[in-house]
Design a binder for this molecule. Structure first.
Ligand code: ATP
Ligand code: MG
Length: 395
């Protein structure tokens, strides 16, 4: 019966004159998301986005459209020729389906696009509500206009009728590609994929940089990061992933600096390298998965020291989140199972037994002055390798 989906979008509405740009981006992004499933008719009408579907695929299509940033909800709907009796019959069909799933209370909401129709929208709701109740003939089912479990929306338009119930919730946000580009520091952990996803959800295109210490860290740990980028690319489109070997930098730090400052010092290098690569790729911000107090390097003082290494803004969407909530999000977006696969991270290498938790910037800068910071960064950036990671493609 279902033959059309309504993709509802929220914040785009407030964009004034730019609204059509956002809508067109959203339509394009929905088409792209559905590309692996085939060709779909995605179009705009009456300030809403519709997708033609059929009964055999509509549930899978909803699952995909839900993942498009900017969509707040997806309603499966039935569209038929303009005929009031058909509208009543279709409403009954839809309510029956929901009753079978356990719903007990409902209301009918009507919209009259065709103003020449003899009933007002309020009269339509009363009439259709009465009709479906009498046809259901089930004393357990009743109308509740205040707090119904199901709202059946009936639209009587000039060309057709449309019936739908509640939307399947989506993630909201803004269409990808409407808010510039940022570069994310993607480790193999739980946090950074979630942080990347959250920023991308605001319409920001992302590139990624991963630091490894090959051959001390193995090929599998890099493959894990590619897998994470691949999951993200489902939402974000193809991701350019820059692989950077920082082994020489870690060795230089280990040789010349205090052991307890190792982590902070290598973080500052990571930030600078990400900034350098990011600028060359027209990114206007960095993204990390840092969260206050989560580990020794993420104390307030630690963050102050890493922050001071770069001039681009650093977006830290997880900064005030608890780990349990970050994990919930990681599960929801599908990165968690990959993130928890145990692999050696470059940070584990040379990691101090007792890291400094209250580093002072002057002291860190003094330690750094023993190193050829510029030269080390230049060498690492020059040796970095860019890969393009796409969804569905496995190495
Ligand atoms: P995650 O779970 O994302 O690994 P974490 O809690 O392990 O985070 P840290 O290891 O202190 O935290 O790293 C803080 C942030 O620095 C990460 O969220 C990530 O953005 C960045 N980062 C750390 N290690 C790497 C790496 N090897 N490559 C790229 N970015 C990294
Ligand atoms: Mg980590």
């Amino acid at each position: 019966m279902y033959n059309i989906l309504i993709a509802k979008y929220g914040e785009i509405g407030v964009k004034g004159k730019n609204r059509y740009i956002f809508e067109n981006k959203l339509i394009r992004n929905i088409r792209n998301m559905l590309k692996p499933m085939g060709k779909f008719n995605v179009y705009k009408e009456y300030g809403r986005i519709y997708i033609d579907v059929d009964d055999s695929n509509y549930e899978e299509v909803i699952e995909e459209v839900r993942k498009v940033f900017g969509v707040v909800g997806v309603c499966p709907a039935i569209k038929r020729d303009q005929d009031y009796d058909l509208l009543k019959e279709t409403s009954l069909y839809m309510l029956k389906e929901r009753v079978a799933q356990g719903a007990k209370t409902f209301k009918v909401a009507s919209k009259r696009g065709d103003k020449s129709f003899r009933l007002t929208s309020q009269e339509m709701s009363i009439d259709i509500g009465g009709y479906v109740l009498s046809k259901l003939n089930n004393p357990d089912i009743r109308v509740d206009v205040r707090n119904p479990e199901v709202t059946i929306t009936c639209e009587y338009r000039k060309e057709h009728i449309l019936v739908y119930t509640d939307a399947v919730a989506a993630y909201g946000g803004l269409p990808l590609g409407t808010n510039g580009k940022a570069i994310t520091l993607l480790s193999g952990g739980i946090d950074s994929p979630v942080a990347s996803w959250l920023v991308a959800k605001r319409g920001v295109d992302i590139e990624a940089v991963h630091f490894h210490s090959y051959p001390f860290t193995n090929e599998r740990s890099q493959e894990k990061v590619r897998d994470l980028a691949r999951i993200l690319s489902k939402y974000c489109g193809p991701i350019k992933l820059h692989m950077v070997n920082i082994l020489d930098i870690q060795k230089a730090i280990a040789e010349k600096c205090n052991e307890e400052e190792t982590t902070i010092l290598s973080r500052r290098f990571m930030m600078r390298i990400a900034e350098e690569i990011g600028k060359s790729r027209y990114c206007d911000a960095l993204i990390t998965g840092e969260s206050i107090g989560q580990v020794a390097s993420q104390t307030m003082q630690g963050i102050v020291c890493t922050n001071a290494a770069v001039s681009l803004p650093i977006f830290r969407p997880l900064i005030a989140m608890d780990k349990v909530d970050i994990i919930k999000l990681a599960e929801e977006i599908g990165t968690y199972d990959t993130s928890i696969i145990p692999e050696t991270d470059c940070c584990a290498l040379f990691s101090p037994k007792k890291p400094v938790t209250k580093p002072r910037l002057e002291r860190i800068e003094k330690s750094e002055s023993k190193l050829d910071v510029e030269g080390l960064i230049k060498a690492a950036v020059e040796a970095s390798v860019m890969e393009v990671i796409e969804y569905g493609e496995h190495a």
